[in-house]
Design a protein around this ligand. Structure first.
Ligand code: TYD
Length: 141
């Protein structure tokens, strides 16, 4: 298991490259170039009802870039000791979430699209879904 003593301070908001012209903007992410892991899976959240919360889990191995493709939302990160709240509201920025952190996503704006780039294929065995199990996992380190 790698990097399992990560803290919220290991997560940061990254400025992504943009190409802008009169017809709009393009933001580009390329494996091996400007993303610190190989992307194995992309998924997106949409049609999120007002007041909904998502996340509420951690991963042993998975790391992610989370991007507000459209609209805004908040991510609350927790490492069992510290917590940090990040607002994402710009498709030109990605929140890098390293493995071993609890995350919750809420305050989604209407019509929001949350784009997620993930370092692993979906694997339920990589999830920690109970906060008490997460705290035990962090204390073991
Ligand atoms: P989950 O990761 O818990 O969603 P969120 O963190 O956004 O609240 O996933 C919700 C459900 O979707 C859960 O039953 C697992 C399933 N799922 C997949 O089958 N494949 C995937 O790639 C993802 C992200 C979720």
């Amino acid at each position: 298991m790698k990097r399992n003593n990560n803290t919220v301070f290991d997560c940061s908001v990254i400025d992504l490259p943009q190409i802008c012209n009169d017809a709009g903007n393009i933001t580009i992410l390329e494996n091996g170039n400007n993303i610190p892991f190989d992307v194995k899976r992309v998924y997106y959240l949409y049609d999120i009802p007002g007041g909904a919360s998502r996340g509420g889990h951690a991963h042993y191995q998975l790391e992610q870039y989370i991007i507000a493709g459209c609209g805004s939302f908040e991510v609350i990160l927790n490492d069992g000791g510290n917590s940090k709240k990040i607002t994402l509201n710009n498709p030109n920025k990605a929140l890098h979430i390293v493995p071993g952190l609890w995350r919750e996503l809420d305050n989604f704006s209407s019509g929001c699209i949350t784009l997620v780039l993930a370092s692993e294929l979906y694997d339920e065995a990589d999830y920690i879904r109970k906060y008490e199990d997460f705290l035990k996992f962090k204390k073991e380190r």
